[in-house]
Design a protein around this ligand. Structure first.
Ligand code: HEC
Ligand code: HEC
Length: 223
């Protein structure tokens, strides 16, 4: 094997190291959970998922992205791993979604895997950013705020908002703005606390309402 040409380690600012460690700890927690799990993860089947998704359409829309109700997330093109995790946690009441409680109660591991495979296979949604919110939203999304200790969203949700499916980091691009705003506020208040290693609770802890509104609008326009 050829020896490494350089052993120089690039200098990094403290905040970048912190974010890097945060990302690493979330990824390794996810890996650990996967390794230590005794349950063999079911393999999802898109066709079977489509049949099982009939009950979801009432709220999530036929395309997964066209709900007529407020604050119902778009599911099209969302990462499979993230979808399975949410279904599990909604069923276990670790994430409280009262509207869905009766629907998830009887879902098996296979059902959840099939549903996740189906929604992941659908087209990702498109949205638009409100012009007045672009600048602040973009700044926070791309760079975070070192003074506030807010990590850059793009580190985990990717610069184009597509997330990192394999790590379970959800896609945000094109998502419904009021829904995103609600989730960020729920993480901030701790009402939603199913995020591994508190990652989203830490990120939102110091964001104010104006910053949250800007971010929620900004991600809608990402693609
Ligand atoms: C009666 C309405 C309703 C039905 C039917 C319904 N959902 Fe939901 N679902 C919701 C609402 C509302 C939320 C968001 C709740 C919140 O604010 O956290 C949600 C959230 C989700 C989420 C989390 C998405 C994310 O981005 O975090 C998933 C996954 C999901 N639903 C899947 C399904 C599937 C699969 C079905 C069918 C088996 C289904 N839902 C049926 C109302 C519904
Ligand atoms: C270190 C990684 C990381 C950073 C940085 C990060 N997130 Fe997240 N985010 C996550 C993970 C992981 C989840 C999924 C939590 C779960 O499993 O429920 C998530 C979930 C979310 C959700 C919920 C999505 C849904 O469909 O319900 C939103 C909205 C969100 N993040 C927005 C942001 C914004 C805005 C920022 C920047 C201010 C940000 N995130 C920074 C890792 C991160």
């Amino acid at each position: 094997m050829r020896p490494l040409k350089s052993t120089r380690i690039p200098r990094k600012g403290a905040i970048i190291v912190t974010i890097h460690n945060l990302v690493k700890s979330v990824v390794s927690a996810a890996l650990l959970a996967a390794l230590s799990s005794t349950v063999v993860l079911a393999q999802g089947n898109v066709q079977a998922g489509q049949e099982k998704a009939a009950t979801c359409a009432a709220c999530h829309g036929a395309s997964g992205n066209d709900s007529v109700l407020p604050n119902v997330p778009k599911l099209g093109g969302q990462g499979e791993r993230y979808l399975v995790k949410q279904l599990h946690e909604i069923k276990a009441d670790l994430r409280k979604v009262p509207l869905m409680t009766p629907i998830v109660a009887n879902l098996s591991e296979q059902d959840m895997a099939d549903l996740a495979a189906y929604f992941a296979s659908l087209q990702a949604p498109r949205g638009a950013v409100e012009k007045a919110k672009l600048e602040l939203g973009q700044k926070l999304y791309r760079a975070g705020d070192a003074k506030l200790g807010v990590a850059a969203c793009s580190a985990c949700h990717a610069p184009d908002g597509k997330g990192i499916a394999s790590a379970g980091f959800p896609a945000l691009s094109g998502q419904d703005t009021p829904y995103v705003e609600l989730q960020l506020k729920s993480f901030r208040s701790g009402d939603r606390n199913n995020d591994q290693s508190d990652v989203m609770r830490m990120v939102t802890a110091r964001l104010n309402d104006k910053e949250i509104a800007a971010l929620a609008s900004y991600v809608a326009g990402l693609h």
